[in-house]
Design a protein around this ligand. Structure first.
Ligand code: MSP
Length: 501
């Protein structure tokens, strides 16, 4: 299918309620999905929940609940949060869906029949937090660095999936970007891992773990949670597990993941696809983690930032804005409530919100016909700012997966700088929100002579810029974008972002 865009988030574990890291990935994917839809691409945006495995079974037990009852409760919170964050996902996959479970069993049977899965045993150190075996060199002082726990030594009969024969193929496909891993530093990291050691066959089943999908050819075993989980990227498109009828949306155009799950996504996942004779996803983008005051968030440090607290304080678009502008997408980003309040006040309440309210109030006071102004904007824009180039610049930032640059430029008027694609920067310039506020202070339109050309001109400039900002921020802040458009058309304003004291 041409001009399609299939984007996925990882599916989230349901051992606990969603946290800010989950919100970060999902909001980022939502922005990219909205952008691609707005460019006319047939878009499918998938998210969901990863509900089987030892970690979740243990948590349900601790709460005295049946696993399914327990995960149902958590899934409801995830779905509620996505609704509150205005997430426009086209699908939501749960690994406990009967259709997903049936498709996973079909795939396991195919892998078994074609000799990619065989019976053996595996000995290793298992981190339940990661639901992964860890090698000695991944541990710090004998502990998993992500979970601070000593992994369990495990040796059991299991089924294994062949990995080793795909090592060179994987290296080749990653090197030539057929299976593109971005940013570059993660591509290098995974290549150095793949080139540095022999890929071992991976254990894909557990014997004494009832909370999982039973292997169709050996009901004593349930499938390894990651095999179950990866297949969501297919079953979320409605796939039934039949190799002959792969959904038209496949391959995924972009899979966004956090850095802690890169290795499994760059080894087990593609090896499984190769074992099935299926195409690999086109690209994987790895983002960093959200830290709080320079440290990993943890209850004991008291530095956890809850997405629900953010929603309460900053509203839906405020939260989306603060998450996406927190730092370079791809790197670790650091947040604190204090800094976010400051940024919210300066960029949103005093910046964008103030600008909209000033301009609309001015048009009321000066009895300007705002409907007429809105109609004239298009013509004005064509003459004064080159919309094609602005669009190209935006497209370029989205293609390079730099959504934070788009926000930065909209506020600070740095569009056109770093223009790539070998273009000369022509005269066009879209001034940022900050400059427009400064422009008002300087020109003081309310002091200009009624009906003068100068007044008409400055109102036109302000209206046209606001109208453009509304378009440009739409993928990031859809509600605010619509509110700005309405305010301009109706010449009426409401407070977009209440200042936080
Ligand atoms: N269930 C697996 C993924 C299976 S995908 C086939 C899983 N789930 S998770 O809930 O633990 O993590 C989901 C995502 O959240 C990962 O991409 C992870 O990197 C991300 N984050 C977890 N903590 C995070 C931060 N503090 N900051 C940003 N993202 C973080 O792994």
């Amino acid at each position: 299918m041409k001009d399609k865009f299939y984007i996925t988030t990882p599916i989230y574990y349901t051992n606990a309620k969603p946290h800010i890291g989950h919100a970060y990935t999902t909001v980022a994917c939502d922005i990219l999905a909205r952008w691609n839809r707005s460019q006319g691409k047939e878009t499918f945006f998938l998210t969901g929940t990863d509900e089987h495995g030892a970690k979740i079974q243990k948590k349900a037990q601790e709460e005295g609940k049946e696993p399914k009852e327990f995960v149902d409760g958590i899934v409801a919170v995830f779905q509620d949060l996505w609704k509150k964050l205005d997430i426009s996902n086209d699908g939501f996959i749960r690994t406990t869906d009967p259709e997903h479970r049936a498709a996973v069993q079909k795939v396991l049977q195919t892998l078994h029949d074609n000799g990619s899965i065989y019976k053996g045993s595996y000995k290793g150190l298992y981190c339940v937090g990661c639901e992964q075996f860890k090698s000695e060199n991944e541990l710090v002082d004998g502990k998993c660095p992500d979970h601070g726990a000593v992994p369990e030594e495990m040796e059991e009969e299991c089924y294994l999936m062949k990995m080793n024969k795909w090592q060179d193929t994987l290296i080749e496909k990653i090197k030539n970007d057929e299976f593109k891993i971005q940013p570059e530093k993660y591509k290098k990291e995974i290549l150095s891992f793949l080139e540095g050691q022999k890929l071992e066959d991976v254990s894909i089943s557990r014997k004494n773990l009832p909370w999982g999908i039973p292997l169709p050819f050996d009901a004593e075993h349930t499938t390894y949670v990651w095999i179950d989980a990866f297949l969501n990227y297919f079953t979320g498109l409605g796939w039934d597990g039949n190799i002959e009828s792969i959904p038209a949306m496949w391959p995924a155009d972009l899979q966004i993941i956090g850095k802690d799950i890169l290795r499994v996504h760059a080894t087990i996942w593609p090896a499984m696809l190769l074992n099935l004779g299926l195409e690999l996803p086109k690209s994987i983008f790895v983002h960093g983690h959200i830290l709080s005051a320079g440290k990993k968030m943890s209850k004991s440090l008291g530095n956890v930032v809850d997405p629900y607290d953010m929603l309460e304080k900053f509203g839906v678009d405020g939260t989306r804005y603060l998450l996406m502008s927190a730092g370079t997408f791809g790197e670790d980003v650091d947040v604190t409530m204090e800094r976010m309040v400051e940024k919210y006040n300066s960029d949103l309440a005093n910046g964008l919100g103030n600008l909209v309210s000033r301009v609309v109030k001015m048009s009321q006071k000066l009895e300007i016909d705002s409907k007429e102004l809105v109609v004239k904007i298009e013509n004005y824009n064509k003459k004064s700012i080159d919309l094609i180039e602005i669009n190209e610049w935006y497209e370029c930032q989205f293609d390079k997966l730099k959504p934070e640059q788009v926000l930065y430029a909209t506020w600070l008027g740095t569009m056109g700088m770093n223009m790539e694609k070998g273009k000369n920067i022509s005269e066009w310039k879209l001034e940022g929100i900050k400059q427009m506020n400064e422009y008002i202070e300087k020109t003081k339109p309310w002091k200009l002579k009624e009906n003068s050309e100068q007044l008409k001109d400055s109102m036109m400039k302000l209206y046209s810029h606001l109208n453009l900002y509304a378009d440009l921020i739409w993928p990031f802040m859809p509600e605010t974008s619509e509110k700005i458009k309405r305010a301009l058309e109706e010449g009426k304003t409401e407070i977009l972002f209440q200042r936080i004291k």
